[in-house]
Design a protein around this ligand. Structure first.
Ligand SMILES: Nc1ncnc2c1ncn2[C@@H]1O[C@H](COP(=O)(O)OP(=O)(O)OP(=O)(O)O)[C@@H](O)[C@H]1O
Ligand SMILES: [Mg+2]
Length: 102
């Protein structure tokens, strides 16, 4: 959510959605920001990885937020990924977390 707010220009839209399944919950954040070029979509989950850009917003960060998200989600047995938003606009980050049904 921090990224969606930071990288989406004023006037854009950010949508948070959660879907509760029988064995997992799936949460997604969709924004109308600049999007992530396909070759960068895996790399941004590595430590210190940032998309090359002149944008001041991008230079403000450390490139650690998504690496932490991936560590935390995977430690709980979930997965996290990014894809373009609807119509190829912006980004949609999604993670899953398994539900403890025991
Ligand atoms: N919603 C988004 N829209 C566009 N680009 C994004 C978005 N989220 C992440 N990125 C790109 O992925 C890179 C990595 O994101 P990450 O959150 O790991 O680091 P950061 O935001 O640069 O810094 P930090 O989160 O450590 O303050 C960002 O620098 C940016 O280039
Ligand atoms: Mg960040």
């Amino acid at each position: 959510m921090d990224n969606a707010i930071k990288y989406t220009p004023q006037g854009g839209d950010i949508c948070v959605a959660a879907v509760l399944g029988t064995s997992q919950v799936q949460v997604s954040m969709t924004d109308t920001g600049p999007g992530i070029p396909e070759p960068e979509r895996q790399r941004i989950f590595e430590r210190f990885a940032q998309v090359q850009s002149d944008s001041a917003a991008r230079r403000r960060g450390f490139g650690l937020g998504l690496a932490f998200c991936k560590l935390a989600i995977e430690a709980h047995g979930g997965v996290i990924w990014v894809e373009p938003g609807p119509g190829g606009v912006g980004s949609r980050f999604t993670f899953t977390l398994p539900l403890n049904t025991a």
